[in-house]
Design a protein. Structure first.
Length: 251
């Protein structure tokens, strides 16, 4: 009888141990499974965040490139090209037409090349008055060509037509470049300047036909005549902005 009881108790204890072991195994496996899912979710989230960071870095790179491009375009639009230099050699009092006292101004007008060096020795010109006008023809190309640094249309171009003083009619001024001619600054055999020749030779046709001008990438064609009240011994520079017009200022 005692032996049977002991066998029964051992059976119960063994069953309890087996059950407890199974329960503990289930708990461990459940926790391990939960941890594995958590790790998978974490790894997935890390992957998503890594992808997002990579995409943001790419976008930041694209935005930086856009900023650099826009900055470069803006700089190109604002680039000034020196075209000529005016040196005031002498101012002499003279009798005016009405018997009053007037002034004659003797200047040296020197055109500059793309490298900023004189294209020639310059021309000495006498104008009536102490206010000097420089009459020009200007071709302005579309901003997109300037922004891209186009070889031919990357900057406005200018033809110096004549110089005259405040006490002269423009028609009485001294001719510089003849209308329709190729300005010295653009007559470079190293550059395919057929476009320039076409524009200068047919300037007023293009100026009066906007559609025709646009086909050549031209935004505007017109005359300009900046002027300056000059002083003896002073020199002045004429500059042309890539996307704009002429300016004259003391050096």
């Amino acid at each position: 009888m005692l032996s049977s009881v002991n066998t029964f108790l051992r059976t119960i204890v063994l069953a309890a141990a087996v059950g407890l072991g199974g329960w503990l195994t289930w708990i461990v496996e459940s926790r391990l499974s939960g941890n594995e899912r958590a790790l998978e979710e974490r790894d997935q989230r890390i992957g998503e965040l890594t992808t997002q960071v990579a995409e943001r870095e790419v976008r930041i790179g694209e935005l930086d490139a856009e900023v650099d491009s826009l900055s470069a375009a803006l700089r190109l639009l604002k680039v000034d090209h020196r075209l000529a230099r005016i040196e005031v050699l002498e101012q002499t009092p003279v009798a005016g037409d009405a018997g009053d006292l007037a002034v004659e101004t003797r200047i040296r007008f020197t055109e500059m090349g793309p490298d900023g060096r004189p294209l020639n020795e310059g021309r000495e010109i006498v104008v009536e008055g102490d206010v000097v006008y420089v009459e020009t023809l200007v071709v302005k190309f579309g901003d997109e060509f300037v922004e891209q640094g186009d070889a031919l249309r990357g900057t406005s171009i200018c033809l110096f037509k004549r110089v005259f003083g405040e006490n002269q009619r423009p028609s009485e001024g001294t001719e510089l470049d003849s209308e329709g001619a190729q300005p010295a600054a653009y007559a470079d055999d190293r550059v395919d300047d057929a476009l320039y020749r076409e524009l200068w030779q047919n300037f007023w046709d293009y100026a009066n036909d906007p559609e025709k001008a646009r086909e050549k990438g031209v935004r505007a064609l017109h005359g300009e005549a900046p002027f300056m009240k000059v002083r003896p011994g002073q020199s002045y520079k004429l500059e042309l902005r890539s996307s704009g017009g002429l300016s004259i200022q003391a050096e």
